[in-house]
Design a protein around this ligand. Structure first.
Ligand code: PFF
Ligand code: NA
Length: 450
């Protein structure tokens, strides 16, 4: 028996490479893929936006994802300490970036869980048959009624946050790992089944033309910037989620390869979601550029009139709930890993953190009804719009830029070189992370200010 018996439990590790990939893909694939991507593509010229988006994912998304996973792996899942640890204490000030990211994740959770709640409400309403055979304008009215009713929104959001807390409280192995290992295959199955349904009953040709024929006149600076912003959001970058998940990677897993898989699956899921939604939208002559209401107003019109539409609609919104839930799990993790140091404190902290997200979520809930007239500085933005803007458009790209600068300029060179099998791949990564990624984010900001 050794005299230096460890006093703390060993750090948790994903049970397998599959479990890690399921968790990371689960974090990445979410409302961003199924709700946001299709309407952004719809509003920005279809195929042209898809090309921009693929470029941004490859050139800034994947390099930053590699950086975040490695920072977690070498510095630990607690984003509030990982930067200082990597620099041997010299870079402790960088830990502020970790706290900012973890805090941003909780704010995102406060409204992300509201949209997930809408999806859950729609899943239940679809299956119950109450969404079948209404007149087209009744679907818009239906959504407006949900938004006008704070009690109902709070209820559905609470179910989502409760599910998130009860899984996250189980810890990495007993909670996250166990849940994503069956939720992610189920998600893939639902996506394929719905794709077949949409191809059989919808206009797949029109959807393919829409998603893959680039209209180059739509390649505007605005479209490029929203594609860049979305690349961060869709890969869960800039909020410490991938740093935290990187903290549990088993020793034998290659980070650059894992990052490539995550980006690939995330992109495939976004395109597959497009191939579920647009064939149906086009077959019914609906508007592909309907914006945020595409899924909650436009699509239900079609499901409400299609054979098997109650079941298909129910499965579609269930898919959305699963995708969102595996993302909310990763929004708690940066704070949970930073604040908890054993199983008992983890249970307490996950409860506290979801309660904080729920309380903060009230601001967003009310901004759709009793506070819908409240404006600060900007006549266009509700409080929900502000929270969304300050997090996903400001804090998240800033967090990603911080990670890029830290990994490219401040972290010891050997730290990342060790993750790459080939020197050439490492040099490409290093160029992208030192110059391209920070400049791309700077461009987004300069554009925001002007
Ligand atoms: N990647 C998620 C999506 O596309 O829906 C959103 C997200 C999840 C962002 C988790 C950040 C995060 F930490
Ligand atoms: Na995503």
């Amino acid at each position: 028996i050794s005299l230096s018996e460890p006093t703390t439990a060993p750090a948790p590790v994903w049970s397998s490479r599959f479990a890690f990939l399921a968790a990371a893909v689960g974090s990445a694939v979410g409302l961003g893929n199924i709700w946001k991507f299709p309407y952004m593509a719809g509003a920005n010229g279809g195929g042209a936006f898809v090309i921009l988006y693929l470029g941004m994912v490859a050139v800034i998304g994947v390099p930053i994802l590699i950086a975040e996973l490695t920072l977690g792996r070498r510095g630990g899942a607690a984003v509030s300490r990982c930067f200082g640890r990597i620099t041997g204490g010299k870079g402790r000030l960088w830990n502020a970036l970790g706290w900012l990211s973890a805090g941003t994740a909780i704010v995102i959770l406060s409204f992300y869980s509201i949209v997930a709640g809408w999806a859950l409400a729609y899943a239940v309403k679809s299956v119950s048959g109450s969404m079948q055979g209404l007149a087209p304008e009744d679907y818009a009215a239906h959504f407006d009624t949900l938004l006008a009713n704070p009690g109902e929104m709070i209820f559905w959001q609470a179910v989502i946050l409760g599910a998130t807390a009860s899984i996250a409280a189980g810890g990495v192995r007993g909670g996250l790992d166990r849940a994503v290992r069956w939720l992610m295959p189920l998600l893939a199955l639902l996506l394929v089944a719905l794709g077949v349904y949409a191809a059989a009953l919808g206009d797949a040709g029109a959807a393919l033309r829409f998603l893959f024929t680039p209209d180059f006149s739509a390649l505007t600076p605005e479209a490029a910037l929203s594609a860049a912003g979305h690349a961060f959001f869709t890969l869960s970058l800039g909020v410490g989620a991938m740093i935290a998940y990187g903290g549990y990677i088993p020793e034998h897993v290659s980070v650059p390869r894992a990052a490539a898989w995550v980006a690939l699956f995330d992109t495939l899921c976004a395109l597959a979601a497009g191939m579920v939604i647009f064939p149906i939208v086009f077959a019914f002559g609906l508007d592909p550029a309907a914006g945020p209401g595409l899924i909650f107003v436009t699509l239900p019109v079609a499901f409400g009139a299609m054979p098997g539409g109650a079941i298909a609609g129910g499965l579609f919104f269930t898919l959305l709930v699963i995708a969102a839930l595996t993302s909310t799990l990763s929004l708690i993790e940066p704070m949970a890993a930073s604040l908890a140091n054993d199983g008992a404190s983890r249970r307490v902290w996950t409860l506290r953190l979801t309660a904080i997200a729920g309380a903060l979520g009230l601001v967003s809930v009310f901004s759709f009804n009793i506070w819908s007239e409240v404006r600060l500085w900007d006549a266009e933005k509700t409080l929900f719009d502000w929270l969304n803007h300050l997090t996903t458009e400001i804090s998240l790209p800033l967090g990603g830029m911080g990670v890029a600068i830290f990994a490219g300029w401040a972290a010891p060179k050997t730290l990342l070189r060790g993750e790459f099998a080939s020197g050439k791949a490492y040099r490409v990564w290093r160029f992208l992370i030192r110059y391209v990624a920070p400049l791309a984010v700077a461009a987004v900001f300069i554009h925001l200010v002007i």
